[in-house]
Design a protein around this ligand. Structure first.
Ligand SMILES: *Cc1c(COP(=O)(O)O)cnc(C)c1O
Length: 368
């Protein structure tokens, strides 16, 4: 049996009638950009996160740099984040003109290590961008406390963690903003690209609403801005899918529990879930020094496993903070994560038989 890494077409088939109707109604409305479907989804997203505002945009990457620019973060400023994340986190800092400063991650959760954070703060530091990697929230209580002490902005990169929760906190509860992505492979994804920002700050909402639309606060009047709007067709799709996100997460957690239980004796490092946290398993990542061998074995046996992310950002060629710079980067945990990660198939539409098949093949590789 072959097992795919994504279930995009299955999800579409399951919701075909509802999605087709939603898309058709936008087509028939004649309102495709900044129309009612967009406004409706933004209201639903804000309600879902329990924030005052939500603003749609073109991508998760845009969401991040729109927030940075709205906060006036730019040349000469430093933004603290992690290096074991998708490239876009640092890319967005670079687009804003600021410098990414990398703090190491915890070796167990792979999220930013709050205990190492303060040492990286300089007079140039403006913000902290914790990434909720693989679907588990970073330790926001500790991060908010540090940010408050040093008067820094906090912007959450939640591209992988919609529906996640901490033990004592909600996402974006005390942050300036939270950015997310709705590209199809994320836990809540449309048939293409888009992204969103949620915030409790009126000034950020007002600034980004204009910035994403050519800096226009009023028709024919412009300040600097960009074109990064959320199309109404995508918004309509996302309105349909948002209703299912909790059920989809629950299914992801159920699959993760089976992987946890049945791979426990395989000698692999399984995902660490912090007590009380809701880990939404955007990715189920095991770690092993035999990363390449496991990956090849699974792929040769029809299991579409992948790696997230095999090259830490600071080790990418040709990037401003790449290998050749003299920046002081000490991130052994992030580098170990990059060297050892293997993502097993994980999506809500996986069947129990497919989960069995993945488990059997991983066990076979491990000699069990
Ligand atoms: C996907 C992702 C992004 C970027 O989102 P896009 O919509 O692809 O631009 C940013 N950060 C993280 C952690 C991601 O996983």
């Amino acid at each position: 049996m072959d097992v795919a890494f994504y279930g995009h077409t299955r999800q579409y088939s399951n919701l075909k009638e509802e999605l087709d109707a939603a898309i058709l109604s936008v087509l028939e409305s004649g309102k495709y950009v900044m129309g009612p479907a967009g406004a409706k989804f933004e209201a639903e997203l804000a309600e879902y996160f329990g924030t005052k505002h939500a603003i749609g945009c073109n991508s998760g990457t845009d969401a991040l740099w729109l927030v940075f620019m709205a906060l006036g973060i730019g040349p000469g400023d430093e933004v603290i984040t992690t290096t074991n994340t998708f490239f876009a986190t640092a890319e967005a800092i670079w687009i804003a003109g600021a410098k990414a400063v990398f703090v190491d991650s915890r070796r167990d959760t792979n999220n930013i290590d709050p205990d190492l954070l303060e040492a990286k703060i300089t007079p140039k530091t403006k913000a902290i961008v914790p990434v909720h990697l693989y679907g588990q929230a970073a330790e926001m209580d500790k991060i908010w406390a540090i940010a408050e002490k040093h008067d820094l902005f906090v912007i959450e990169d939640c591209a992988q963690a919609i529906d996640a929760k901490g033990d004592t906190f909600e996402l974006c509860e005390k942050s300036d903003a939270l950015c997310t992505s709705f590209i199809i492979q994320k836990n809540l994804g449309t048939f293409g690209d888009s992204g969103g920002i949620v915030t409790n700050r009126d000034d950020i909402k007002e600034r980004i609403t204009a910035m994403r639309n050519h800096g226009s606060y009023e028709r024919s009047h412009h300040t600097y801005g960009f074109n990064s709007r959320l199309d109404d067709i995508h918004a309509a799709v996302l309105s349909v899918k948002l209703k299912y996100i909790t059920a989809w997460t629950d299914r992801r957690i159920e699959i993760a529990k089976r992987y946890d239980a049945e791979l426990a004796d395989c000698g692999l490092t399984l995902p660490t879930k912090l007590p009380g946290y809701r880990h939404v398993f955007h990715l189920y990542v095991v770690e092993t020094e035999k990363r390449d061998e496991l990956l090849t074995f699974l792929n040769d046996n029809g299991i579409d496993a992948k790696t997230h992310y095999p090259i830490a950002i600071h080790q990418q060629n040709g990037f401003p903070w790449g290998k050749d710079t003299d920046m002081d980067i000490c991130t052994p945990n992030a580098e170990a994560n990059a060297a050892e990660c293997v993502s097993l198939p994980m999506f809500p539409e996986l069947t129990d038989d497919e989960v069995d098949c993945v488990i059997a093949k991983v066990r076979e590789f491990c000699g069990k």
